[in-house]
Design a protein around this ligand. Structure first.
Ligand code: C2E
Ligand code: MG
Ligand code: MG
Ligand code: MG
Length: 283
């Protein structure tokens, strides 16, 4: 999966280096303004139980609403935010906004958990665990209804600071998930001792080829066994067809998210989905 992606990026890069550099400058200038002007939004994608279609939780995914009304996706600006040192500010905004929204939903009587993506670089910053503690205290969030998603690289090369922060966070009861599992470099030996609660199967093993069935059923099955053996919660990403959902269930994966159920959507539309309690799927 990685290879395909870097090839695509390479082609985009060589095609329009000039355009890309211009875009980067625009993004960098814009990021400062965006934070000051509150141009970011969180959209929410439901994580559902594959058998009942009940909503188990949501994942918060950031978007940037430009003054002209257009919407930028995280792929267009997260790396840049990392590069120019704004990822900490952005990360705090995301945590704060997600927890405020969760408080609101809990107050309306919905039971759900909130998953938040955290940049490895933000996690490494001094005091990250304090930020998490403060925000859950501020919004009176039950710690076990918040989960932080981190990619595998965090566990492999960020070393002791990150592990300390993760351990502190988990001591407080907040969950930790490995995102995009299977695309990075975790070794089996690490996996066993890592401070984690959940594995998220990367979507390239689920729906990469635009076909009906799982794109890599042997890998998904192996990850299911791994999660079972290690006693970890499991979520599949990128479910786009009924067939993929059925196969995952048969393999022993009972939670997932993907376009089959719902794309990430603004909070008011997510509230509507929560009112329905289950996600309706055509067919
Ligand atoms: P991720 O955390 O792995 O999030 C899943 C991505 O897959 C999201 O893209 C989601 O919209 C997309 N997706 C979900 N279901 C399907 C499906 O069925 N098919 C396909 N093709 N895609 C699906 P999005 O929102 O563009 O986010 C991309 C990545 O950006 C995220 O990957 C995450 O790594 C990062 N990201 C998003 N929000 C944040 C944030 O608030 N902070 C940080 N640090 N990173 C974020
Ligand atoms: Mg994620
Ligand atoms: Mg992912
Ligand atoms: Mg991803």
């Amino acid at each position: 999966c990685k290879k395909q992606e870097s090839l695509r990026h390479f082609m985009v890069f060589s095609d329009s280096l000039q355009a890309r550099l211009q875009k980067e400058t625009r993004v960098e200038n814009g990021l400062h303004r965006a934070l000051a002007n509150n141009e970011f939004e969180l959209h929410y994608q439901p994580i559902i139980a594959l058998d009942s279609h009940k909503i188990h939780g949501v994942e918060a995914l950031i978007r940037w609403r430009l003054p002209d009304g257009s919407l930028l996706m995280p792929g267009d600006f997260i790396e840049e935010a990392n590069r120019v040192g704004l990822i900490g500010d952005l990360g705090v905004w995301v945590l704060e906004t997600a927890c405020r929204q969760l408080r609101d939903w809990l107050d309306q009587g919905f039971m759900l958990s909130m998953s938040v993506n955290v940049s490895p670089r933000h996690l490494r910053q001094a005091g990250f665990e304090e930020i998490v503690h403060n925000v859950i205290r501020k919004y009176q969030i039950p710690a076990n209804s918040l989960m932080l998603e981190l990619t595998e690289e965090v566990f492999v090369d960020s070393g002791i600071t990150s592990l300390y922060a993760l351990n502190e966070i988990r001591k407080a009861g907040v969950g930790v998930a490995i995102d995009d599992f299977g695309t990075g470099y975790s070794s089996m030996r690490y996996l066993k001792s890592l401070p984690i609660d959940r594995i998220k199967i990367d979507r390239c093993f689920v729906s990469a080829h635009n076909e009906g069935s799982l794109s890599d059923p042997m890998i998904t099955q192996a990850i299911v066994f791994l999660a079972e053996g290690l006693g970890l919660d499991l979520v599949a990403e990128g479910i786009e067809t009924q067939e993929q959902a059925a196969e995952l269930r048969q393999q022993g994966c009972y939670k997932g998210q993907g376009y089959l159920y719902a794309k990430a959507q603004p909070s008011d539309r997510m509230t509507e989905l929560l009112r329905q309690q289950v996600v309706l799927v055509a067919g």
